[in-house]
Design a protein around this ligand. Structure first.
Ligand SMILES: C[S@@+](CC[C@H](N)C(=O)[O-])C[C@H]1O[C@@H](n2cnc3c(N)ncnc32)[C@H](O)[C@@H]1O
Ligand code: SF4
Length: 469
């Protein structure tokens, strides 16, 4: 049930807009052709003491989950040639790591390593060791570094978990999505509570430390009851953090999502109820809501950093590691040099392998930030992390008069405040209201996106972002 007096009509009016979640700013649609030489050049101009964060993309999955919007390659292990395909990719990944080291000669301390996918657990334990050992040989990995992996519990047996423990992994993110059997059958992803419980326990026994869960709401056959049950089951296993993703539905881009039963999708109102219900159950059980869609135990480092105002959002979610330069390896991976730009590698495994085999780095597209990009990126990051826009902070950080610089945007925020989505605090900070503003963060963030098509802001017959000004 919605909270008493919740302005449902206002919510429905705004939530119907197709707005981005701003995992990056500027969004990839604003990026253009760039290459590895450009990336290395820009990296050489950055602070050599600034620590690095390394991301490795392992694209393979044994089977397809119908909802999946990740960059993945479905490769049944029994398929003829699968082993060779995997070996070719691992060799290319190792070669890319060597090429990067040769070209940059970087000695920068590495504070964070994350394996994502696809499914890193598609690899055999020895193959993970091969890649991880290459990283530790080439780079200055600090003993206190966070080393994490996305784990598919259906493919995380004891030898794999033990290997991660031996290699020094200290955080895992487990893909759960839902516990409900009807939902699981529909999306082609079967995994029992017992399986998740046993893998969670074996990760803890192997000293893997922190355990995060990924859940999704808004998929076909999910109801308020099944979502409540999913959240309660997840909490019963005591994860440190939970990413509670809204189902991203883009069937025109992701052909496999067209197999979902769209007649069984929950409505916007039902999805809102699911989110608010989850907020209540999580907070009643000692978790804090962080940003748009993350929960963390109140004493977890992420929740503490959230209260201190030091969390950061990155391509993998929320992190306590602020300000690191991100270097991505593998097909489609993204690198982010702070204040400088983004670079993305070839998106198809075969072209990625070809480029790397020819001795070149695989970056293909990207963007160099302008000063305006940097300012807006900082504002958007604060909005999605903390739900606030603080003009004074922005003025001090960038040496501008933010009240003037964002005159047009502040007018749009005033319109949003009339609808109860934000409120102007006495100290000058503009804050998303709870719950309405928090569930409409994209609408607030989009006000600051200079690249968005003005039509994106149209609510009814008026633009809440005054484009003529
Ligand atoms: C690369 S997968 C995780 C690792 C592993 N492949 C697995 O599924 O367990 C990353 C996460 O993205 C999320 N995800 C994938 N497609 C999504 C979609 N369409 N909407 C929302 N979240 C999605 C899922 O929660 C998934 O766990
Ligand atoms: S959700 Fe994970 S296992 Fe499923 S297809 Fe996507 S990346 Fe692969």
């Amino acid at each position: 049930m919605l909270p008493k007096g919740f302005p449902l009509e206002t919510f429905l009016k705004y939530s119907g807009l197709a707005l981005p979640r701003h995992v990056s700013y500027p969004m990839p649609t604003a990026w253009s052709d760039k290459d590895g030489e450009d990336y290395v050049q820009k990296l050489s101009e950055t602070d050599p003491n600034n620590p690095l964060s390394i991301y490795l993309h392992i694209p393979f999955c044994e089977t397809l989950c119908k909802f999946c919007a990740c960059n993945r390659v479905i490769l049944k292990k029994s398929f003829p040639g699968a082993e060779e395909k995997k070996r070719k990719y691992i060799d290319a990944l190792k070669k890319e790591l060597h090429l990067f080291k040769e070209k940059t000669q970087t000695q920068r301390p590495v504070m964070l390593i994350h394996y994502g996918g696809g499914s890193p657990t598609y690899l055999e334990p020895e193959e993970i060791a091969e890649i991880q050992n290459t990283i530790t040989e080439l780079f200055n990995v600090r003993p206190e570094a966070e080393i994490s992996m996305e784990i598919d519990p259906r493919h995380a047996d004891q030898p794999l978990v033990d290997m991660l423990g031996r290699l020094g992994f200290n955080r895992i993110s487990m893909g759960i999505q839902d516990f409900d059997i009807q939902v699981q059958e529909h999306v082609h992803r079967l995994q029992s509570l017992e399986m998740v419980k046993s893998v969670t326990q074996s990760c803890r026994d192997a000293g893997l430390g922190q355990v995060n869960f990924d859940l999704i709401y808004g998929m076909p056959y999910q109801t308020l009851e099944t979502v409540r049950d999913m959240v309660e089951k997840a909490i019963s296993l005591g994860p440190d953090r939970v990413a509670f993703y809204h189902y991203a539905q883009i069937p025109d881009k992701i052909a496999t999502q067209r197999g979902m039963d769209y007649t069984k999708l929950p409505t916007s109102e039902e999805k809102l109820e699911m989110f608010l219900e989850a907020c209540e159950v999580f907070t009643d059980n000692g978790y804090d809501l962080i940003g748009l869609d993350h929960f963390a135990k109140s004493d977890d480092g992420l929740a503490v950093a959230y209260r201190n105002g030091t969390i950061q959002r990155n391509f993998q979610g929320m992190t306590t590691h602020r300000g690191l330069d991100l270097v991505g390896f593998g097909v489609s991976s993204i690198s982010h040099l702070q204040g400088v730009g983004y670079w993305q590698s070839e998106k198809e495994a075969e072209s990625y392998e070809e480029v790397v085999e020819s001795g070149k780095l695989p970056q293909q597209r990207g963007i160099h930030f302008s000063e305006d990009d940097r300012i807006r990126q900082s504002v958007i990051a604060d909005l999605y992390c903390f739900g606030t826009f603080d003009p004074q902070k922005v003025s001090e950080e960038f040496g501008i008069d933010a009240q003037k610089y964002f005159e047009k945007e502040l007018r749009a925020l005033e319109e949003l405040s009339e609808d109860g989505i934000v409120h102007f605090r006495e100290d000058g900070v503009v804050e998303a209201t709870f719950p309405l503003g928090r569930v409409l963060l994209r609408n607030i963030g989009s006000v600051f996106d200079a690249y968005l098509d003005p039509d994106a802001y149209k609510v009814g017959d008026k633009f809440y972002f005054s484009v003529s000004a």
